[in-house]
Design a protein around this ligand. Structure first.
Ligand code: MSP
Length: 499
């Protein structure tokens, strides 16, 4: 893997409690960061909050608090959730922070000085709910609520000027927008002439935002403000050394509904600033229940985040990462959670730990035996183990997270089978060294699996490494030291009985 890895999540609106949409992307970014850290990259993982704009202002008004008070309270909820979900971010940005306001104003001033921002009178339909001007066709579609006709002077960014350079960039960089079907969607969108982007809101209408540096009667449009967070955090315009170390980002992770703002608005903003574009924008699908997007307030659905308290953060992280094919939608239901938990975590992974520790306690007094020789049967397991880290990391590089996890599960299942075939509990009665060889091999496979699954389940895998006395061991086969004494433990993932 490359030496530096800068990954971002969207910054989340604080008008709502954190929900599965926020949690999923953030866990995904955390998992990818941990994989990259484990294989030696220097990682910068950025997440944060989008605190300006009309939605937040309205949410604060409805609670009778000032917008800043509202933001501070909600920020706490997000921070608490990230702690509960074991999110190890490197920076947490809030758009109301001074560092960000300064950068947004510097960018605006630069783009203005370069002649890419102009003022014009605009008359058209405005969707209050979506917080943007909509076209005549969109208006007629009837899909927009709270629409009103607005005639006002505003400031515009010459987005149209960068349509051609953007198309050329996407063509020259096939991985810029991932997965491929999202890239095609954007290329399709760019076949129509691209309009300019209204980047201001008159304070008379909405004042919860960042002042335009060249016209104090206006605040900055919330998306223009928010997207800039990706360069504020590494130090744009403030810490050139740190900034050039991290920018461009390797990945902007986003949900599919905010692709246009990233692939088109953000890209053209950067083109205007003469800055390198991120290496990739990756849009994942939605978690659905039935046909419905889960973050909509449904009231009756079981929120996967509610499972954390009862079943533990690791099993929820595992479920979300294993179940969604990145780029496609996935369906959440409690039955599929229980099924995954019982088959992969209780029966396969947890059971492997129980078996090896039970047998090592019984026949070796709890001391991990050595493997003095290997036979063909061990060779089969060893061969899988030896190539596994490269395979897993290769899949992670290609954003195939669920397949990377499955590769580790294949080893675990193979070892459970190997134990059944070799029956060390029988062998031990006549040939103790042979039983030792079998148990060392199985325990080493368990250790390696724990190391490779640690980005997904940091807590439980840490527990396994602790039991084995294998903290700090790496991704190569054979790093388990014999002669360590196993620590006592309880079942890693007790089986769930649903009745
Ligand atoms: N503030 C903007 C992002 C600005 S980034 C510069 C925003 N915030 S949000 O709070 O609405 O975040 C929503 C994120 O959650 C999006 O990435 C969206 O795709 C994701 N999800 C919302 N519901 C979802 C599901 N049901 N499933 C998966 N992700 C979904 O947009």
């Amino acid at each position: 893997m490359s030496n530096k890895f800068y990954i971002t999540t969207p910054i989340y609106y604080v008008n709502d409690k954190p929900h599965i949409g926020h949690a999923y992307t953030t866990i995904l970014a955390d998992v990818l960061s941990r994989f990259h850290r484990n294989s030696g990259s220097e990682v910068f993982f950025l997440t944060g909050l989008d605190e300006h704009g009309q939605k937040v202002q309205q949410a604060a008004e409805s609670r009778n608090v000032s917008p800043q008070e509202h933001c501070d309270e909600f920020a706490l909820r997000f921070l608490q959730l990230w702690e509960k979900l074991e999110i190890k971010y490197d920076d947490f940005i809030r758009t109301t922070q001074d560092r960000h306001i300064k950068v947004v104003q510097a960018v605006l001033q630069k783009v203005y000085d370069d002649g890419d921002i102009y003022q014009s009178e605009y008359e058209g339909w405005y969707s209050v709910a979506e917080e943007r001007f909509i076209t005549e066709t969109e208006m007629k579609s009837g899909e927009f609520r709270d629409v009103k006709s607005i005639k006002e002077k505003n400031w515009f960014f010459k987005m149209s000027k960068y349509q051609k350079p953007l198309i050329e960039h996407i063509e020259a960089n096939p991985d810029y927008i991932q997965p491929k079907h999202r890239r095609n969607e954007i290329m399709g969108f760019l076949k129509q002439p691209l309009g300019d982007l209204c980047i201001s809101r008159p304070k008379s209408r909405m004042n919860w935002g960042i002042d335009l540096p060249f016209d104090k009667a206006y605040v900055t449009y919330v998306w223009w403000d928010a997207l800039i967070n990706y360069i504020t955090a590494p130090g744009y315009n403030v810490d050139e050394e740190n900034f050039s170390k991290w920018w461009p980002a390797e990945y902007h992770l986003i949900g599919k509904d905010i692709l246009t703002t990233h692939a088109v608005y953000w890209s053209t903003m950067l083109l205007s600033m003469g800055m390198p574009l991120p290496k990739a924008i990756f849009a994942h699908g939605w978690w659905l229940t039935g046909d419905t997007k889960m973050s909509k307030s449904l009231g009756n659905i079981v929120n996967p985040l509610d499972l954390v308290g009862e079943y533990g953060v690791d099993s929820v992280r595992y479920y979300l990462m294993r179940e969604m094919v990145l780029g496609q939608d996935a369906n959440y239901n409690f039955e599929s959670f229980v099924k995954r938990y019982n088959s992969d975590l209780a029966n396969d992974f947890g059971n492997l730990l129980n078996r090896v520790s039970g047998l090592i306690n019984k026949y070796f007094d709890g001391y991990i035996p050595a493997a003095h020789e290997v036979t063909d049967a061990e060779k089969v397991v060893q061969d899988i183990g030896t190539g596994l880290a490269d395979k897993v990391n290769g899949l992670i590089e290609r954003m195939r997270v669920h397949e990377a996890i499955e590769e580790v599960m294949i080893l675990i299942r193979q070892v459970n089978k190997y134990l059944e075939q070799q029956a060390p509990w029988k062998v031990a009665k006549t040939d103790l060294p042979a039983a030792g060889r079998i148990l060392y091999t199985a325990t080493e496979a368990l250790r390696l699996s724990a190391v490779l699954l640690s980005p997904v389940m940091p807590g439980k895998t840490n527990k396994v490494l602790d039991i084995l006395g294998a903290h700090g061991t790496g991704e190569k086969w054979g790093e388990l030291a014999p002669e360590n004494k196993l620590k006592a433990h309880e079942a890693l993932f007790p089986r769930l009985e649903t009745e």
